[in-house]
Design a binder for this molecule. Structure first.
Ligand code: CA2
Length: 144
């Protein structure tokens, strides 16, 4: 069982700015949480990917087909804008979980729209970085 965790723009800045919204943990902490959770859940492999570029995220989703069994994705700002990421998720049709560090439903109006959500079987919000461990657990239960 192999999972791919995809992170969108600016998530590499975690811990550097806006700690009131995104916490004080860094992107390296995010990667460590995913790897620890994946090991504990019995995944054979987890790859954690981040890009600030929409096309690179779309390429990564396409490359997942035939390599990974499922995807955990935080498209970050592209959540609210990208039909391209939605179409890529639909095209590969791998089970996917959407995760957001913050409680997007309690934030600005423009964050209430998620294009990616339509291609995901579950969404996790407002659990901080532990939301990624939760997402990997849901994905594993879904794949079992
Ligand atoms: O809550 C989330 O996980 C978000 O996907 C994070 C995105 C935001 O655009 C979404 O609405 C909700 C932003 C990620 C940027 O992360 C930063 C981290 C540190 C400093 C500045 C931005």
């Amino acid at each position: 069982m192999k999972s791919l965790v995809i992170n969108g723009p600016n998530l590499n800045m975690l811990g550097v700015r806006e700690p009131d919204i995104y916490g004080r943990q860094t992107y390296d902490d995010l990667v460590a949480i995913c790897k620890k959770a994946a090991t504990e859940l019995g995944y054979d492999e987890v790859e954690v990917f981040q890009s600030n570029h929409e096309g690179a995220i779309i390429d990564k989703i396409q490359e997942a087909l035939g390599t990974f069994d499922g995807i955990v994705i935080n498209p970050a700002a592209y959540t609210h804008t990208s039909v391209g990421i939605l179409d890529a998720l639909k095209a590969v049709a791998l089970p996917a979980v959407e995760v957001h560090i913050s409680a997007v439903e309690e934030r600005e109006d423009f964050r209430q729209v998620s294009y990616a959500r339509a291609a995901c079987f579950a969404t996790i919000t407002g659990e901080g970085l532990e939301g990624y461990a939760h997402a990997l657990r849901l994905l594993k239960d879904h794949l079992a």
